[in-house]
Design a protein around this ligand. Structure first.
Ligand code: URA
Length: 423
C-alpha cells in the first residue's frame, strides 16, 4: 500500500516509532513539494510533544543532510575537524580557534553562516576585513586548506535545503524550540559539510537558545548521538552565555578582539574558551592527547603562530593582511557613547540576549535576512557579572555609524538597565 502522510502524522501523534522509510518519504516528499506545509506542520507539532527516538532522529537528520549537496572533502589531506556553536553574543571563537588549530598542525575546512537576530555570524565578521572573500570556488577552498591548514567560507545554499524549508515552517508554527528538531537542524548541516569529526559548542544561558543547563545537556547528548551514529566522532562542550563572550559585541570590534587574543592580549574568558576548543579539535584530529594539545595551543598564542595563520588565510582569500598585524587600521565608528554607572554596584546578572539586541539596534546585526550590517557598530563591556563597578566608571561603550541608531540604542539599554544589572 502506498505511504500516506496522514498515517505518518497519526502514528507520531500516538507516540509510535516511525520507520526509516516513513521518515525519508516525508523529508523527500516535502523538499520535492509533494507534501504540503500544513501536513508537515502537524508532524512538527507531534514531534514537539512526542520527541524522537535515537533511530528516528538519526534517519531524519541523515535525510535532511542528503536533501542537497554532500560536500566531499577527500581532496584535503588528513583528518578534517569542524566546530559549531549553537549561537551566542560576542561569539568570535572561530576567528581565533581555526588559526590556532592550523598553527598546531590540524586542518580546518569550515563553512560558516551569517548572523540573524541577536546572534552574530562568522562570515559577517570576516567580511569586515577589507577585500576578504568568503564565496570562493570549492577547488580554491581545498587548495587553501591543503596549503596553509585552514579556510573559512560561507555556507552554500545547496547545503541541507530540507533544513531551510523546515526551519522556515518551524519559525511560523511555534516549533523552533524542540530539542530533537534543533539537533537535527544543526547536525544535518554539519553532516553535509563533510568534516570527519565535529566539536560542538552548546551555549547555555540568557543569550543562548538553551536557557537552562538540563536542556543544554539534553541538546548536547542528542547532537553527539546523531554525529556518532553517522560515523563522525563528535564532542560537545557546554559554555556560559549568561554573559557575552569576551568584551566586544559587533563585527570590526570582535575581529579586533580575536586578533588581540591571538596576540596574547585578549580577555581571559575568551582565551580560555579558545584554548579548550582548539585543544579538542587537535585531539580529535589525532594530532596529540588533550593535555599536550592545550599546551601546544597556549604556545601558538604566546609565540604568535596563530596570528600568522590568520594573516595567511586572509591573504589567500584576497583580504588585506596588514589589518591583522595592525588592527588599529580598522576605522573607529564615528559616533560613540559611554554608558556610565550612576551608582556604585555589583553586577548581579546580565541579560545577554538584550546585550545582543542592543548591538542589533546599533546596526551590528540583522533584523531580517535582507538587512545590511554596519561593521563599525557594536558595544564593548568593560565589566561583567560578579564585578564591582564604582560610580562614574564606564560599564559599556557603544559604537555606531548612525547618530540616530546610537540614540535609539542608548534608550533601549537605559529602559532595560534594571534587567541588565540587578543591584
Ligand atoms: N541553529 C540552527 O541551525 N537550527 C536550529 O534549529 C537552531 C539553531
Amino acid at each position: 500500500m502506498a505511504m500516506r502522510m496522514y498515517d505518518i502524522i497519526d502514528k507520531k501523534k500516538k507516540g509510535s516509532e516511525l520507520t526509516p522509510k516513513e521518515i525519508t518519504y516525508m523529508v523527500e516528499g516535502y523538499v520535492a513539494g509533494e507534501i504540503p506545509d500544513y501536513q508537515v506542520s502537524a508532524f512538527l507539532m507531534a514531534v514537539y510533544y512526542e520527541g524522537m527516538s535515537e533511530k528516528e532522529l538519526s534517519v531524519f537528520t541523515d535525510s535532511m543532510a542528503k536533501s542537497g549537496d554532500m560536500v566531499d572533502l577527500s581532496q584535503i589531506k588528513d583528518i578534517k575537524v569542524d566546530k559549531h556553536s549553537t549561537g551566542g553574543v560576542g561569539d568570535k571563537t572561530t576567528l581565533a580557534v581555526a588559526p590556532l588549530v592550523a598553527a598546531c598542525g590540524g586542518r580546518v575546512a569550515k563553512m560558516s553562516g551569517r548572523g540573524l537576530g541577536f546572534t552574530g555570524g562568522t562570515i559577517d565578521k570576516l567580511e569586515s576585513i577589507p577585500g576578504m572573500q568568503t564565496a570562493i570556488s570549492e577547488e580554491r577552498f581545498f587548495e587553501i586548506v591543503n596549503d596553509i591548514g585552514l579556510s573559512v567560507i560561507g555556507q552554500s545554499a545547496e547545503i541541507a535545503p530540507a533544513d531551510k524549508k523546515l526551519y522556515a515552517l518551524r519559525d511560523v508554527t511555534a516549533t523552533v524550540d524542540s530539542i530533537p528538531l534543533i539537533a537535527a537542524s544543526i547536525m544535518s548541516k554539519k553532516l553535509a559539510s563533510g568534516s570527519d569529526k565535529i566539536v560542538l559548542d552548546v551555549t547555555v544561558g540568557s543569550g543562548a537558545f538553551m536557557k537552562n543547563i538540563d536542556d543544554a545537556i539534553c541538546l548536547a547528548q542528542r547532537m553527539v548521538e546523531i554525529g556518532e551514529n553517522a560515523g563522525r566522532q563528535t564532542v560537545a562542550i557546554l559554555t556560559n552565555m549568561d554573559v557575552p563572550l569576551g568584551e566586544a559585541v559587533g563585527n570590526d570590534i570582535e575581529v579586533v578582539e580575536a586578533i588581540e587574543t591571538l596576540q596574547g592580549k585578549g580577555p581571559e574568558d575568551f582565551r580560555q574558551i579558545c584554548v579548550e576548543f582548539a585543544a579538542y579539535m587537535l585531539y580529535l584530529g589525532e594530532i596529540a592527547d588533550l593535555e599536550t594539545s592545550r599546551k601546544m595551543v597556549e604556545d601558538a598564542i604566546d609565540y604568535g603562530k596563530g596570528i600568522d595563520k590568520l594573516a595567511a588565510m586572509v591573504k589567500e582569500q584576497g583580504g588585506d593582511e596588514s589589518y591583522i598585524y595592525h588592527p588599529e587600521k580598522f576605522e573607529k565608528a564615528p559616533y560613540q557613547k559611554d554608558f556610565v554607572m550612576k551608582k556604585s554596584a555589583y553586577i548581579k546578572s546580565m541579560d545577554t540576549e538584550k546585550c545582543g539586541k542592543t548591538s542589533v539596534v546599533l546596526g551590528a546585526g540583522r533584523e531580517t535576512k535582507e538587512s545590511r550590517i554596519d561593521s563599525k557598530a557594536g558595544l564593548r563591556f568593560y565589566h561583567k557579572t560578579g564585578e564591582y563597578v564604582k560610580q562614574g566608571e564606564v560599564l559599556a561603550r557603544l559604537y555606531a555609524s548612525d547618530e540616530e541608531k546610537l540614540k535609539q540604542a542608548v534608550q533601549y539599554l537605559k529602559q532595560r538597565m534594571n534587567t541588565v544589572i540587578h543591584r
